[in-house]
Design a protein around this ligand. Sequence first.
Ligand SMILES: NC(=O)c1ccc[n+]([C@@H]2O[C@H](COP(=O)([O-])OP(=O)(O)OC[C@H]3O[C@@H](n4cnc5c(N)ncnc54)[C@H](OP(=O)(O)O)[C@@H]3O)[C@@H](O)[C@H]2O)c1
Length: 283
Amino acid sequence: MRILITGANGQLGRALHNALQGEGYAVTGVDRDTIDITDPGAVRATFEDTRPELVIHCAALTAVDYCAEHPDEALAVNGFGTQTVALACQAHDAAMLYVSTNEVFDGASRRPYREYDSPHPINPYGYSKWVGEQVVRDLVKRHYIVRTSWLFSHGGRNFVQSILGLAAQGKPLRVVTNEIGSPTYNDDLVAAILRLLPTGMYGLYHLVNAGHTSRYAFARHVLELAGYAAVPVEPIALAEYPRASRPPEYAALQNTAAARLGIVLRPWQDAVAAFLDAERATG
Ligand SMILES: NC(=O)c1ccc[n+]([C@@H]2O[C@H](COP(=O)([O-])OP(=O)(O)OC[C@H]3O[C@@H](n4cnc5c(N)ncnc54)[C@H](OP(=O)(O)O)[C@@H]3O)[C@@H](O)[C@H]2O)c1
C-alpha cells in the first residue's frame, strides 16, 4: 500500500514513517519544507506524484499558545489545510487517517470523554482541530479520526522532555494540579495506529495510554522514575499559570471503540517507565 504522511518531521509523523517503512509499506513523508498544506496546488501536485492509497495527516500547528495568539492561522492550517488534504483524498479515492486531540472537548466532564461525546472546544487550537475533524468526516468516505493527548516522545518537544530538562538544569518547577488528561507515549500510539490501519474499521477512536492524571502528578511520577525524586515541584492552579491558551481542565479520554477491536494501550505509568528505559538505553 502506498502511504503519504503529512507532518512527517514532527514527533508523531516521524515515528509513524519509520514504523510503517519497517513494516514494508511504501511510505512518502512530506512536511512544511516540502509542501504547505494550505496551498491546494502544492497538495494536488504531491498527490499526483505519490498517488497515495492512504494518507496519514499529522501536519498541524500544535503550539496551543501560538494558536491562541494567531487563531486565523490556526484555522487556516488545522481546519482548512485539512480540508485541502481531505479533498485530495476524495479526488484520489484514498483513505485518510486524521490525528486529532482531546482539546476538542471543553473539560467540564466528570468522567473521561468517550468517542461520541459532544465536542465543545474552548480555545482556538481545539476549535481548529474540531473543524478538521468535521471536514474529514464530511469529505472522505473511508476515514479514521484518532484523538490522542499529552504525547511524550524521544527527542520531541513535549511536557516530559521539558520537565526532565528543567530538573537536569536544577531549575525550579511549578506545575498545575487542576489540568487532567491522559498522557500518551508516542511509540505506543504508533503501535496502536499500526494495528488499527489493517482492520478497515473506519471511524472515530481515542488512542491514549490507559488512565488519567494531573499535570502535577504526571510530573512527579516522571521525576521519581528518572532519579529526580528530590527535585521540588510547586503545585499551582491553572489560574496561577498565565498563558495565551485556556486548556480544558478535565480532558481525559477513554478508549471504548478501539478496545472493541482488542487495541488497548498500557497504563500511562507503565508507558513512562518504558519510555525512560528506552531513553537510558540510548544514552
Ligand atoms: N503533541 C501532542 O501532545 C498532541 C496531542 C493531541 C493531538 N496531537 C495531534 O497529533 C498530530 C501530530 O502532532 P505532533 O506532536 O507530532 O506535532 P509536531 O511535532 O508539531 O508536528 C507537526 C508538523 O506539522 C508541520 N506543519 C505545520 N504547519 C504546516 C503546514 N502549513 N504545512 C505543512 N506542514 C505543516 C510542522 O512543521 P513546523 O515545525 O515547521 O511548524 C511539524 O513538522 C497533530 O495533528 C496534532 O494536532 C498532538
